[in-house]
Design a protein around this ligand. Structure first.
Ligand code: BT5
Length: 326
């Protein structure tokens, strides 16, 4: 952990109480002057840190920005997800950044956030709007011991973790649309892009790319999306603390990743099913060239959607665009 992350962790742990420069200096083995210099740097970034002879340093408020050290401090200890956290002001796509890190052999769990993306993408080369400073646009590198056909489990786990985090922090009720959307009131608020590199029978790595529309106002969406998309702020009526939400999401992702690789996917799938819009409905799946109509019956142990067609056949769906029939 960097010194800034350690200082922010100590300030957050002290809560309203404050912590003295002497204590910080002793704990981290650097001079009080060096602590003061770090505090000044944090103040320049917008952290309101008060200092008093009695109470010591106290974190009054944090700015609305993503700062790797602060995210680390808020996140605390996790098993895998977020062990290494990086924030870019701008990038093409956070999935691209992670792809490079993956090729360089970086350990699983690294998370890359960008305040904005110039080439944010969805599936099949679709665009993902990523306006600056009002969403969470990030990707996670995972190296699970799974077969390629089991990788959909990770999308299911990510959706479950995200739904839990959103409920907790924004106090709204999200619904999951198979395989990769989270909606509120029928409008999309989260998209997940799972990209995989695999050998025939083994996953090399998986990149989970996640876009959450947090504090966008209607006017921040491109015109063509206004009817289809929404944000947590629009739905809950109040701005959401992005850094806090980011930390909760990463903690929940870490927990659900542990469930998937620990052989407890069934529990994740149960939780997913309870919030799922797709199951128990008549749906049309567009597979790009082929369309399947039928009743969305269940999810199998790989995260595959099982659809019963009019002819009674069970179709296994691993991708595609699902339209829910009225
Ligand atoms: C997705 O694709 O929903 C996956 C989106 C993943 C975005 C994240 S952001 C961080 C990481 N880096 C990336 O470059 N991508 C990931 P798909 O199911 O294909 O849906 C794409 C469609 O969603 C578009 O064609 C639009 O209709 C709609 N869309 C675009 N931007 C949106 C936004 N900000 N909010 C809601 N819907 C949006």
């Amino acid at each position: 952990m960097t010194t800034d992350a350690q200082i922010l962790t100590a300030l957050r742990a002290a809560d309203a109480g404050g912590v003295s420069g002497a204590e910080l200096s002793q704990r981290f083995g650097i001079s009080r002057a060096a602590i003061w210099a770090r505090i000044e740097e944090l103040r320049m970034l917008g952290y309101d840190i008060s200092a008093s002879p009695h109470l010591g340093y106290r974190l009054v408020s944090a700015p609305d920005l993503l700062h790797a050290d602060d995210l680390t401090a808020r996140l605390g200890k996790t098993k895998v997800v977020g062990r290494d956290l990086r924030v870019f002001q701008e990038t093409t796509s956070t999935n691209d950044v992670i792809e490079k890190l993956a090729r360089d052999g970086v350990k699983e769990g690294v998370v890359v956030f960008a305040e904005t993306q110039t080439k944010g993408r969805g599936r099949l080369g679709r665009k993902w709007a990523s306006p600056a400073r009002n969403g969470l646009w990030f990707s996670v590198l995972l190296r699970p011991d799974l077969r390629p056909q089991e990788a959909t489990r990770l999308t299911v786990a990510a959706a479950t973790a995200l739904a839990r985090a959103i409920r907790r922090v924004a106090r709204v009720t999200p619904q999951i649309k198979w395989p990769n959307d989270i909606l509120i009131g029928g409008k999309k608020v989260v998209g997940i892009l799972t990209e995989m590199s695999a050998e025939l029978d083994r996953v090399r790595h998986v990149i989970l790319g996640i876009g959450v529309d947090v504090n966008l106002n209607a006017g921040d969406f491109p015109a063509e999306l206004r009817k289809l998309a929404t944000s947590l702020k629009i739905e809950s009526g109040a701005a959401v603390d992005r850094a806090e939400l980011a930390a909760v999401i990463l903690r929940e992702l870490d927990a659900d990743y542990a469930r998937v690789i620990g052989g407890r996917f069934a529990a994740v799938a149960d939780e997913w099913e309870a919030q799922c819009l797709t199951l128990g409905r008549n749906v049309t799946v567009d597979l790009g060239g082929r369309r399947i109509q039928g009743y969305a019956e269940s999810l199998d142990e790989d995260g595959t959607l099982l659809i019963r067609t009019q002819h009674g056949r069970l179709e296994r769906i691993i991708g595609g665009d699902v339209t829910l029939e009225k």
